[in-house]
Design a protein around this ligand. Structure first.
Ligand SMILES: Nc1ncnc2c1ncn2[C@@H]1O[C@H](COP(=O)(O)OP(=O)(O)O)[C@@H](O)[C@H]1O
Ligand SMILES: [Mg+2]
Length: 401
């Protein structure tokens, strides 16, 4: 049992010499004694301190010891303090104070016998210390219980994350297989058909005027697969932090014009030609190949999700930065999806129904832009089209961390 629990003792008597004598009897290490020469003084001390024991003289002018005890019983803070009454009247006074609820009531008779006083006080002090120690242990248990609960919650959280990761991996595998299967199936079917023609000596499909279109079709399917595999490789590199950019002096206006031209055919297949606007030159230092990739992703999205309406691409310089925007007049993107679609595999429900895709393009684009020290902005609302803006510092050689 810890001895270092301080046990304050309160003694109340109207005669100073009695207080002195009593204090001398009960004083000890870890047991400071507080004196009160009236019930009122005692109440003031009781409000201020936590006592292990109160020794009350029964006969006092004004409020007597029993009345003080009644008051102590009426207050939660003092209700459980054990009381020893001191009186010349002896044991009969047992009946004078009924129903003191703590049950811890004892009596001392005047004149005080040193042995009896100190042993009674010791009993109560020990009791107090035991109770304190117990409370301490209960508190400690409660703390460790709370810690355990927090730990369990943490574990449950980790488990949910793991389950999500496993689900994501499974979804990913099935998506990738599906995405690869589509162009592969097409190619496979094409070769089967060609084989059939050959076996029947039917050379018409291989006529010189039909060959370029055939090769074009094959190339598109192969490109689709190559792009998919490249995207997956990029994501893997980004996850491990191994994607490096190689900034070189490049003109962003010229770069964007090139990308728009290379996508012209694709644009014409779905709607009007892409509108392009740029000043004569926006020179800067960026990784040309990666910025091309970003712009291709954004324009491909605009063509794919822009409902076949006008797509606009613009490049301009703003202060120390370059801004490259791709906007469409499609169905737009709800505010709650603005952040989400930049995460891996995230797509809106509409587009899931509409077109195949892995949901990696915007994630990759943002990683690339960020590694240039830039950012991608999205302005869009349902029914209002979407505008993605890439903002780049003019030199990516000192990108923000
Ligand atoms: N221009 C756009 N208009 C409407 N929705 C878009 C647009 N661009 C992207 N999105 C939404 O963001 C999602 C994620 O795009 P992205 O990361 O490029 O993956 P993917 O094109 O493979 O779905 C798309 O599936 C689509 O839901
Ligand atoms: Mg995309």
């Amino acid at each position: 049992m810890p001895i270092d629990v301080e046990s304050k003792l309160l003694i109340v008597d109207d005669l100073p010499e009695n207080l002195l004598a009593l204090e001398a009897l009960i004083r000890g290490p870890g047991r400071p004694v507080y004196q009160a020469s009236s019930a009122e003084q005692a109440l003031a001390l009781l409000l201020e301190h936590e006592f292990a024991l109160a020794i009350l003289d029964v006969q006092m002018p004004g409020m007597n010891g029993f009345e003080l005890a009644e008051m102590m019983r009426g207050t939660e803070r003092t209700r459980h303090i054990p009381i020893i009454f001191v009186s010349a009247a002896g044991r009969e006074m047992n009946y004078a104070f009924k129903g003191y609820e703590s049950g811890a009531v004892d009596f001392l008779q005047k004149p005080l016998d040193a042995q009896t006083v100190s042993s009674k006080v010791s009993v109560f002090v020990d009791l107090y210390r035991h109770r304190k120690a117990l409370k301490h242990e209960i508190d400690a248990l409660a703390v460790s219980h709370r810690r355990q609960e927090a730990l369990v919650q943490q574990l449950q959280c980790t488990q949910r994350e793991l389950e999500r990761a496993v689900r994501m991996r499974d979804d990913f595998m099935s998506m990738v297989s599906h995405e690869l299967r589509t162009p592969l199936n097409t190619l496979y079917l094409e070769t089967q058909v060609r084989k059939l023609h050959l076996s029947k000596n039917n050379m018409a499909p291989f006529a010189p005027d039909r060959l370029p279109a055939m090769i074009e079709r094959d190339q598109r399917q192969i490109q689709n697969m190559v792009r998919l595999i490249d995207d997956m490789l990029d994501v893997t590199r980004m996850r491990s932090g191994a994607l490096s950019i190689q900034p070189r002096p490049v003109d962003l206006a010229q770069l964007a014009r090139g990308v728009v031209e290379s996508l012209a055919q694709q644009a014409e297949a779905v709607g009007p030609p892409i509108r392009f606007e740029a000043p004569a030159g926006v020179p800067g230092v960026w990784d040309e190949f990666r910025i091309e990739q970003v712009l291709t992703n954004l324009i491909t999205n605009a063509l794919r999700y822009g409902a076949g309406k006008q797509v606009e691409v613009s490049v301009r310089q703003e202060g120390g930065r370059a801004r490259m925007s791709v906007s469409d007049q499609g169905p737009g993107i709800a505010a709650e999806d603005h952040a989400r679609i930049f995460e891996q595999f995230e797509r809106t429900d509409d587009s899931r129904r509409q077109a195949p895709g892995l949901g990696l393009g915007l994630y990759i684009a943002r990683q690339i832009v960020r590694s240039h020290g830039g950012e991608i902005d999205l302005a869009s609302a349902p029914g209002q089209g979407a505008a993605f803006s890439v903002i780049l510092p003019l030199s990516a050689e000192t990108p923000a961390a």
